[in-house]
Design a protein around this ligand. Sequence first.
Ligand SMILES: [Zn+2]
Ligand SMILES: [Zn+2]
Length: 797
Amino acid sequence: MSSADSAATPHDPATREASTYDPAAVEAKWRARWEERGTNVTDIAGAADPYYALMMFPYPSAEGLHVGNLFAFTGNDIFARFQRMQDLDVFEPIGYDAFGIHSENYALKVGVHPAEMIPRNIANFRRQLVRAGLMVDWTRELSTTDPAYYKWTQWVFLQLYKEGLAYKKTAAVNWCPNDKTVLANEQVIGGECERCGAQVEQRFLEQWFFAISKFAGRLLDNLDTLDWSDTTKTAQRNWIGKSAGAEIWFDDIKVFTTRADTIFGATYVVLAPEHPLVDAHTTDAQREAVNAYRERTARRDLVSRKTSKEKTGVATGGFVTNPATGEQIPVWVSDYVLMEYGTGAIMAVPAHDERDLEFAHGFELPVKKVVHENETLIESGPFNGLTVEEGKHAIVAALQKQGKAEPITNYRLHDWCISRQRYWGPPIPIVYCDQCGVVPVPEDQLPVLLPHIDDFKPDDSGVSPLARHDEWYRVPCPTCGAMARRETDVSDTFLDSAWYFLRYPSVGDDAAPFDPAITKKWLPVDSYIGGNEHAVLHLLYSRFITMVLHDAGLLDFEEPFTKFRAHGLIIREGSKMSKSRGNVVNPDEYIDTWGADSFRTYLMFLGPFEEGGDFRDKGISGVRRFLDRLWVSVRDADPAVTPEPDVMRKLHATIRKVGEDVPRLSYNTAIAAMMEYMNTLRASERTPRRAEVEPLVQLVAPFAPHLAEELWQQLGHDKSIFDSGWPAFDPALLAEDEITLMVQVNGKTRGSVRVARDVTQDAAVERATADPGIAKFVTGTPKKVILVPGRLLSIVV
Ligand SMILES: [Zn+2]
Ligand SMILES: [Zn+2]
């Protein structure tokens, strides 16, 4: 073990002797040169072939750049550099998502003001990002906390307000009594605050909402047009949650159902405890019990109501008419029905709904079966014998004629609550005037600056700390000039990030959030890479804001991200990285020891980029050895001798493979192919010819940019390797490297396929079964396969 371990350091004597590759010196030299030459500055106005390669911007934590951030950014950087080498004008920007409760809570914990903490964190992030060798255009850096940025976040709010899509309403919210803030449903785990573990309460607050639910249909339908990871599209579809159904009147109670076919089995109706008709249906005898139940529900949080197994409820004592049967059925109240979904009332069909059945059993309510096992209706009067689908339509149509039903599509997607009763965010640009009512701050008076206050800790009042500062809170009404009051809520961090991609190309423009001509040129984003944890909300909100701005005539596209790929996660030595485990990879340490180029390449070698991999300390030495060998190969390359045909064939196969793998983010296989080529190039320590090694430097460039620049210069080139184009492969050479393999199935020759000379058995089978003429004989899983190299593939099924 110890000898193997000692070989796994960059100071291995054998390697050091052979190589004079000094990553620290090479990387410092090229960082300086890129900066000096403006190598990574994109000509935004003049670009002929714009390509926008976006990565999700980070939250600048005090701990510094997480290796997971760097994994994501490097993956994007390689893709971006590759596109640049295809002669595109690539724009790779970065910024900081620095507002929000994470920053604020951390600042409170350590007793520093966020306005002092965030710039320090950003400086540290920038240092680390520069060191990682990203092709970032630093002239377009942004931070959401910069007034020059959030001025336009406030402007976005005003556009929604103007379009009637921002409104205020009182809503039941999850309230964390410890963090003293509203929590989204996703932040409540088992009735407890995700952040601090406190028991979550329900409160009623007046808040600002964006009417995203009006866009549910479009947000759903447009997904079909996007080149996104399937998992991401599925997550969005589930979140939007379309269900086709009907609204049906049971006297004055309107229910929503997707199973109108089962209405003859509806034996009672259930109202959400908050339903406005509860009082009207409650009899005097039941009033006390109903009120007690409603009070009890009011104390429960929304999430446990949705997930709770135990079904509780109380009878109102009232009855309504089932419009299909004409029978009187009882009205109940239960918290398993939510006011926010559908109409807040359901028809209960215990025979065909599990939750209804549990409830019916608990309260001894009748169960009436109306759908036979063969999926046709029974006990349903004139509709008997219809299939479930036929029954749905026929029953809704019949009730619709009597004015008792209406077909309707429902969505799970709720409006977006953007109010935060906190300090560290952009103030919502609204003023309340006793004379004029709700007055939006005029656009030419933006930004509404976030004042520097020292007592930014939230209290139990549920009102933002900004309300405690009269000098800020009291303001003349923009319309009439009378003394008025500012809105004291700040907006959700997700609003900051819902439009930042529009800003990057126009950073520095103080007259507009995004310049129309530049936006037309650069957007929508060509490629977006980011984490799956943002697959739902961030991407959905960004799509929504883009649609709104499109409809307002401010953008000529309605989908912001043409292509999206979610990257995987990395673990370390088999377990999840976490501060408490003490196994978090610190990028600085690894870059100190191995160099940024080795670190980048190793991160990409861990596994498929979209799946992630296991970071093992020993693995990085193999990558470093590969780069050392590349260094030596260039140094020792002989320019005079003719290249060897076998090596050139392998080189061109490698050029083809890397060129196919990189655009589909299959970085690990591209690196493996380059390493394999290195073994051919240096077989028996042969001296490489210059023509055999020069294109390899170009293939390596997106992965190890500093080293590639240095070697490119050593090979006598003046310009950046990233402006050298991408090497082409010669199909004629590749054809020479292919052979014809006869294919037999069960002993009979069924055809032939062209494969690489050194094809593996699995690859040969794959190629053979891709040929329809052969595949039709391969009926079932092969029992036995024999590959006679260079001649024959025999498959027995
Ligand atoms: Zn909490
Ligand atoms: Zn006024």
